[in-house]
Design a protein around this ligand. Structure first.
Ligand SMILES: Nc1ncnc2c1ncn2[C@@H]1O[C@H](COP(=O)(O)OP(=O)(O)OP(=O)(O)O)[C@@H](O)[C@H]1O
Length: 316
């Protein structure tokens, strides 16, 4: 295969090192919206992202995603703890062109055309030769003559993505880049992003959409209340989130015996005389309840993915 892509060549030549792309250690950040009130936005967060990973930050409103991203980008400083990007303080990494961001709003001039916008930023980075390739990667090649003010929300986000690609960063951070887009625009945006990430760029994006995280990330970091509540490959999180729940009418004194047989067993709920139990192997649990205990009315139910997301992010 001919490799005409300078990005790919440069990254392939980068020696393999053990320096993480992002390392966050005991990170905290509070705000004081009014006199005497304090909001702890990030509360002792630890996270390491390896080069080449595509990671989704998933969490409800106010979970602390944007505040964490701002600290990764060096836009705000932590109250305590540390954030490094490729072993450097975030601002140094940004100055070295190793990190770029696509933020939710702002950053574009309405009166410029798409090509003028890309050309201006490309000139700043000395990358004018890369304009056609970057526009193709962001899927805006057909929009060159269009004024920014005439572009849809999705097209403007793809334009911002193109601008973020221009310095050829090793890490791209996207804060809810598809907020407010329709399904088709979101799909086009992520297809462009995913194709680019296949060249080995590290990507961290924040989203509210579980399906988006599931489709486009290798790893999901779920945040709630300023901390990480679940972290794993998308397959792990899906398995965890879609774990089946076994419920039965069961005497409380049967529980110690069940815990001895299944040390991993979790009692998730007690409702209407039933006890709801969670275990990775729901079939084995159900069989045991039916054959070795006095449990009655045994039922197995699938945990809906959205419910599981809510449970994971509100239980903490
Ligand atoms: N500049 C600020 N001043 C006061 N409070 C703030 C500020 N920025 C964030 N917060 C608060 O910190 C908490 C975390 O906010 P943050 O924006 O990081 O969450 P988020 O997960 O990105 O939420 P969303 O999904 O709504 O964007 C929230 O309670 C928010 O109100």
């Amino acid at each position: 295969m001919t490799q005409t892509d300078p990005t790919r060549r440069r990254r392939a030549a980068t020696p393999i090192t053990s320096v993480p792309a992002i390392a966050l250690t005991d990170l905290t950040k509070s705000f004081h919206p009014s006199k005497g009130s304090t909001v702890q936005a990030v509360a002792g967060l630890n996270l390491q992202v390896e080069p080449g990973e595509v990671v989704a930050f998933l969490g409800p409103n106010g979970a602390g995603k944007t505040t964490t991203i701002d600290m990764i980008l060096g836009l705000t400083s932590p109250d305590s703890g540390s954030a490094t990007v490729f072993g450097m303080p975030p601002r140094a990494a940004a100055r070295a062109g190793r990190i770029a961001a696509v933020m939710q709003t702002g950053g574009l001039l309405d009166d410029f055309t798409v090509t003028e916008t890309v050309s201006t930023i490309a000139a700043m980075h000395g990358r004018t030769a890369d304009i056609p390739e970057v526009m193709a990667r962001a899927d805006i090649a057909d929009l060159g003559d269009r004024k920014v003010s005439r572009c849809s929300g999705g097209e403007q986000q793809r334009l911002k993505f193109a601008l973020a690609l221009l310095p050829d960063p090793d890490l791209i951070v996207l804060d809810e880049p598809t907020a407010g887009m329709d399904v088709e625009s979101r799909r086009t945006f992520w297809a462009a992003m995913r194709a680019d990430a296949q060249n080995g760029r590290t990507v961290l994006f924040a989203t509210h959409y579980l399906e988006e995280a599931d489709s486009f990330a290798d790893r999901i970091v779920m945040m709630a209340h300023g901390g990480v509540v679940a972290d794993g490959s998308t397959a792990d999180i899906r398995a965890r989130a879609s774990r089946r729940i076994v419920s039965a009418v069961l005497d409380d004194d049967a529980l110690p015996g069940l815990h001895r047989v299944f040390p991993e067993l979790q009692v998730t709920e007690r409702r209407g005389g039933r006890i709801y139990l969670s275990l990775a192997d729901s079939d084995t649990l159900a069989r045991h309840l039916l054959t070795s205990t006095r449990a009655r009315d045994v039922e197995i139910a699938s945990h809906n993915l959205e419910d599981a997301f809510v449970a994971l992010t509100t239980d903490h």
